[in-house]
Design a binder for this molecule. Structure first.
Ligand code: PXP
Length: 259
């Protein structure tokens, strides 16, 4: 299992003071030493954490491949084409959201996604589509020409949090908090089944499969066991733990859980 570490939250801390410390570029060597396979960053339209200059410095200095998450907005895609990361992961983006809340609506935005995939390919950037674990979305991703899909694990992570971590780890938007435990357990199994099924279908039609969102030291095990998923992208939980253990140790501990 490959591990992409999302380092946006280092820039979140910097932006809390609008100064130049901590610099996310300093994380690159640590990620490499700790055995990460990829650097993941998200260049958001509102630039709330990673800025264009960060992305430029990270891509030009990283010895690991850089996976740049971005929306399909033309202005952003033009920047990505100039930056030339190893991979672009197309994600839905809403200004008011705290984090990416769901997969791409691949049917509604089919034409725009197709044009974006073609533009990225023309610039020799491989493409991943961040989608919900849904068979039709997987098939469509293949038709649209992506090399990768990244399966949104947020639903699995939310149900896991409701079941095993109590309210404090549960996003306030979740309405199912009142559900009995046996129903939640069934939903957890179901969410894992959707991930397994989507990953198996994707591999059978020639796509490479990543997964991510909301994965942490408690819930990552069952996702890491899914045979057809070859990469996980994890940010919040690793950066959160690093506050107490240091970044290298936090990554090593996650690596250990991935087997
Ligand atoms: N993968 C994608 C496509 C994302 O948008 C994010 C969040 O930026 C992640 C993975 C990492 O999610 P988390 O920070 O919850 O680990």
């Amino acid at each position: 299992m490959k591990l992409g570490v999302n380092i946006d939250h280092i820039a979140v801390l910097r932006e809390a003071r609008k100064i130049n410390d901590p610099d996310p570029v300093e994380a690159l060597g640590i990620l490499r030493r700790a055995g990460a396979d990829q650097i993941t960053i998200h260049l958001r339209e509102d630039r709330r954490h990673i800025h264009d200059e960060d992305a430029k410095r990270i891509i030009s200095t990283s010895q690991l491949p850089v996976n740049l998450e971005c929306s399909i907005e033309e202005e952003i895609i033009d920047i990505v084409c100039r930056l030339k990361p190893h991979r672009a992961t197309l994600v839905p983006e809403k200004r008011e959201e705290v984090t990416t809340e769901g997969g791409l609506d691949i049917v509604k935005y089919e034409d725009r996604i197709l044009a974006t995939v073609e533009k990225l390919h023309a610039n020799e950037i491989e493409v991943s589509l961040f989608i919900d674990p849904d068979i039709e979305a997987v098939t469509k991703s293949n038709i649209l020409g992506a090399e990768w899909i990244e399966l949104h694990t947020g639903s699995y992570a939310n149900i896991f949090a409701m079941l095993y971590c109590g309210l404090k780890n549960t996003p306030h938007s979740i309405k199912e908090l009142e559900l009995p435990r046996d129903v939640l357990k069934k939903r957890l199994e179901e969410s894992l089944f959707f991930l397994k099924n989507a990953a198996e279908h994707a591999v059978s039609i020639g796509l490479k499969v990543a997964a991510g969102h909301g994965l942490n030291y408690q819930n990552v095990g069952a996702v890491a066991e899914i045979e057809n998923i070859e990469e996980l992208n994890i940010g919040q939980s690793i950066i959160a733990r690093s506050v107490y253990t240091g970044l290298e140790k936090a990554i090593l501990q996650m690596r250990e859980l991935l087997g």
